[in-house]
Design a binder for this molecule. Sequence first.
Ligand code: ZN
Length: 290
Amino acid sequence: MSLPPKPWPVGHADLLEPLVRRVLAPNPSPFTFTGTETYIVGAGAEVAVIDPGPDEPDHLAALIAAVGEAKVTAILCTHTHRDHSPAAAPLSALTGAPVIGCAPLVLDSSGPRADAPFDKTYAPDRVLTDGEQLTGPDWTLTAVATPGHTSNHLCYALEETGALFTGDHVMGWSTSVVSPPDGDMAAYLSSLDKIYTRTDRVYYPAHGPQVDKPRQLVRGMIGHRRQRERQILKLLGAGTGTIAAMVPQMYKGLDPKLHPAAGQSVLAHLIDLEQRGQVTRAEDQWSIRS
Ligand SMILES: [Zn+2]
């Protein structure tokens, strides 16, 4: 999807519903769309901040201005990619609020790890597990464990209004990148199934517009992943056995800057198919298991 026309409202607090405000960070890119969207939850004296975003002085100043007289009582991150969590520590220092939410990521140091995009400084005061709740005077947030995009990904459900903050699990503008070894396609698909069974009214993703028909979008995404899988099996059947050869055929028209990310999603599908016994690999050559 191409970018909407500039200027998009960086640094401005948009009121989406009485309990939810959104502040866009100034970090647009092919991976972040118009930038990371930070959400402020609560209309009273105590608020929570979800996905504080990159550690950028302008963004922190915009968040502090948006919060105003209220007290920040929790800083929550959906996961620890560098466009989501680095502002947690400085925002905590400015407001005194604890960092609560997703677990820090444990990355294996051996082998080629996809750790460059991760925020290694993230150090939560408290980790939430699936179903755990955090409350304020007028809000209740429930953690919904949704591993796949990253192993530590959480969505947060706002019980009072039926909103789900989906982070990068489901976005309004693009499918999520699932990048092994931390990204896991089987986990991602079961996390899509998991939120498909919920009855959320609206999704507020970390990138792109709000999603007003959540189940329709999730159903489409599950179908899209199944279609990608069929495409891969077809290419393998026709003798195309490397990811480098598959990507241009599968992602026609994609910005070449995003080819490596697309390749990671193809790898994630191949690993899932390998674990299910359908394909095998020899070095970088993949084939249908006979
Ligand atoms: Zn992410």
